[in-house]
Design a protein. Structure first.
Length: 98
């Protein structure tokens, strides 16, 4: 099977087809980026980023026993019920500050 000839109307001069010669000439970002943006920024850009960015004050996991009717009432409000429970506790702290 012979390779298909590209449609000249679909060729993009700004983004030419990647050829074998282009791939042989290509270099990994870690080799080229430092010259383009500087060592510090290159290091930061190439550093792996996994998951969500860390929060300045991350939530703390706790186990707490609450009355079933309280939990059920918050659950019935739908998605985000734990956040609403957290906000209710925060509001209680504001009104009962010592």
């Amino acid at each position: 099977m012979t390779p298909r000839k590209p449609n000249p109307e679909l060729l993009d001069d700004d983004a030419p087809e990647a050829t074998d010669a282009w791939f042989r000439k290509a270099r990994p970002a870690k080799e080229m980026l430092q010259d383009l943006v500087g060592a510090e920024l290159a290091t930061q850009m190439l550093k792996p980023k996994r998951g969500r960015p860390p929060l300045p004050q991350p939530k703390e996991h706790v186990n707490i026993r609450l009355d079933a009717d309280v939990v059920q009432s918050f659950r019935q409000t739908g998605a985000g019920w734990q956040t609403r429970l957290n906000n209710a506790l925060r509001e209680w702290l504001r009104t009962h500050a010592s």
